[in-house]
Structure formats: C-alpha cells, structure tokens
Design a protein around this ligand. Structure first.
Ligand code: ADP
Ligand code: DP6
Ligand code: CO
Length: 317
C-alpha cells in the first residue's frame, strides 16, 4: 500500500491540442504553476484477491478508462498481473476546470510506483502521469514547470523554478461547482478537427511558450502574467470557433474578467486572469499584492494558493 498527494496546476501557457491522443503527446508546449492548498490524496493497495482494479473517487466506485490505462501500463512495467484498489479524493471540485485530472493522475503515478515497486525515476513518473492526463505530467513537480512537445520519451514535465523562488500567487474564484459539459479530452479533439483558428493557435501558443521562458529567466513576472492572460483568451477563442461551439464561461466568469481589466487600468494593481476548461477563474498576481487583490475581489468566493510542491509519498507499508 502506498499513499501519495499531488496538487493541481494552472497553465500559464496552455496545453490545448494533441499530437498523439493515445499517449497524450501535446501539439503545443506548455508552462504551469503547481498550486498549494488544492490537493488530491490517493492510496494504491495491491490486492491479489481482486480480478480487476477497483477505483473509488471521492467515496464513490467509478469506472475510469484513463485510470485503467495507467494501471495497465503499471502492470506492464512491473511484470506483475496483480490488481489494486485505488482510493482517491480531491479537496476541491472534480471535473470542473480545476485540473483534477492533473493532480489525480500524478498521485496515481506516484502511489503505484511505490506500491508496485516500479523504481521509476522522475522522468519515468512524469511520463506515466502523462498517459493518464496530459496536464498531470506537470503536477509531478512543484513551482513552475514546462512541458515541451516531443516523443514518448522526451515529452514530459520538467521543473523550471522551485516553489520557494516563484513570487506569484493565485486566487481560485469559484463561480459554479457544476461539472463541465465537455471534458478537456473531448474538447481538444473537437477543436483540433473543426476550429479554423487551430493551426494559428498551435503556432502562436508555441511562440508564447518561448516568450514565457525568457520572461521567467529575466524575472519579468508582471509581463509573464499579462502573457498568460492573453494565452488563456486565445485558447478560449479557438474553442468559440469550433463546431460544435465550445463555451466554458458562465456569466460570472465574464464579470470577473471585466472586473480584472477595470482594476488593471484604473487602480494599477498587477492582477491578471486565466481560465482552463471550465467557468472558474484564476486570478494571477504577485505575492506582495495579495492583500489588495483579496480586498478588490472580496465579494467572491476566493481560495488563495501559493506555488505548491511536487507530488509526494506520504504513507506506505
Ligand atoms: P479537470 O478540469 O478537473 O481536470 P478533466 O475533464 O480534465 O477535468 O478531467 C476529469 C477527469 O479526471 C475525470 O475522468 C475524472 O474522473 C478524473 N479525475 C478527477 N479526479 C481524479 C482523481 N483524484 N484521481 C483520478 N482521476 C481523477
Ligand atoms: C485547459 O490534461 O485535462 O487545463 O490530457 O485529455 O487529460 P487530457 O487533458 P487535460 O487538459 C488540460 C487543459 C487545460 C490547459 C492546461 O492545463 O494546460
Ligand atoms: Co484536466
């Protein structure tokens, strides 16, 4: 038995589009920040009595083909045909654009590496997590993480800057805990095959990735957050142009985005926004501005995260 915890991450430069959907190779490189406070905790218990895996998510037995895909990969590496009971819970909304698939699959990768004694190193873990969900490859590490495009062996999350050296802070603003109507996986498929803006997105977001790496190197944090906001809007723009059209926003999402723009221009507070595949908005700021941002957005339900640590084993026997 082994238990692992992992944190979700917010992409500053988005992973949106796949070069190979079977093994989650991305069409674009991405950069994310791992988030403290939001957390998945997962135990993997090998049980020779079982004739299939049992997966319990937030207290409910669930069938999840992606979890199965990962567990089959685990058994292949272990060269053991034994099944496991996997119990996981998230302390934040599941399938709602909070990247539960990222922390969820990262925690499974770590806990099964331990339980099945796979002996995977960092890169092996990041590749295993990627199989379950692309964004999970970036939750193995803490702080700022990049995920380049490439092949099965070269495309995985790599730490750029440890959490203690990242002066950023993120507020998650809950608009609605309702599940998203279209999963990230399905949306990427629809968008890449129907959105006329998709080829431009791939080119332009790749440029953003290299710009972001430069800004991080030069500690130009505010410019990085401004670029992240623009990258998020471009991702949603490709979705709007797809068939069927994909609109993840709710009225409150737009209200928050407009409030951010107003504060940027009228009050000169460095606050920016980003949204993943869901209606909830992330406010991006610098740690030294947290108080001012919290005051400006006091009417909303806010959860503050600082740069989070990488996935960790917390219990084993
Ligand atoms: P999100 O924005 O929350 O990442 P996605 O559509 O990308 O939404 O992913 C949701 C998928 O992740 C669902 O299949 C869900 O069952 C799975 N998932 C969520 N939490 C966990 C977890 N703790 N462990 C394993 N899988 C999880
Ligand atoms: C908008 O990693 O959830 O959050 O690989 O199909 O599981 P799958 O998709 P997922 O996609 C995340 C998309 C995003 C942007 C990001 O996290 O980079
Ligand atoms: Co996800």
């Amino acid at each position: 038995m082994a238990r692992a915890i992992a944190h979700p991450n917010i992409a500053l430069i988005k992973y949106w589009g796949k070069a190979d959907p079977l093994i989650n190779l991305p069409a674009v490189p991405s950069i994310s920040l791992t988030l403290s406070e939001l957390e998945t905790s997962t135990s993997v218990t090998i049980d020779p009595q079982l004739n299939q895996d049992v997966f319990i998510l937030n207290g409910k037995e669930t069938i999840n083909p992606k979890v199965e895909l990962m567990m089959n990969a685990v058994r292949k590496i272990a060269k053991k045909e034994v099944f496991a009971s996997i119990k996981s819970s998230n302390n934040f909304p599941t399938s709602a654009g909070y990247a539960s698939s990222a922390s969820g699959m990262a925690a499974i990768a770590l806990a099964s590496n331990q339980a099945y004694e796979l002996g995977l190193d960092h890169d092996g873990l990041a590749r295993l997590a990627r199989l379950g969900s692309g964004s999970a490859t970036r939750s193995i590490d803490g702080g700022l993480v990049s995920w380049p495009t490439g092949t099965d062996v070269s495309s995985f999350g790599r730490a750029i800057l440890p959490p203690e050296e990242v002066p950023l802070a993120v507020f998650s603003v809950t608009t609605t805990a309702a599940n998203k109507k279209i999963s990230s996986t399905d949306a990427m498929q629809i968008v890449s095959s129907t959105s006329p803006y998709y080829p431009t997105w791939v080119q332009n977001s790749t440029d953003d990735y290299f710009k972001a790496l430069e800004l991080i190197k030069k500690s130009k944090w505010e410019d990085l957050l401004a670029l992240a906001q623009n990258n998020a809007l471009k991702m949603h723009a490709v979705n709007l142009a797809a068939r069927p059209e994909i609109i993840y926003w709710q009225p409150e999402s737009l209200a928050i985005m407009q409030q951010v723009q107003k504060i940027q221009t009228e009050k000169q507070i460095p606050v920016y926004f980003s949204l993943d595949a869901g209606p909830n908005v992330k406010l991006l700021t610098l740690q030294k501005w947290v108080k001012e941002v919290a005051t400006e957005f006091a009417t909303w339900d806010l959860q503050l995260s600082l740069p989070g640590k990488g996935a960790q084993i917390i219990d084993q026997n």
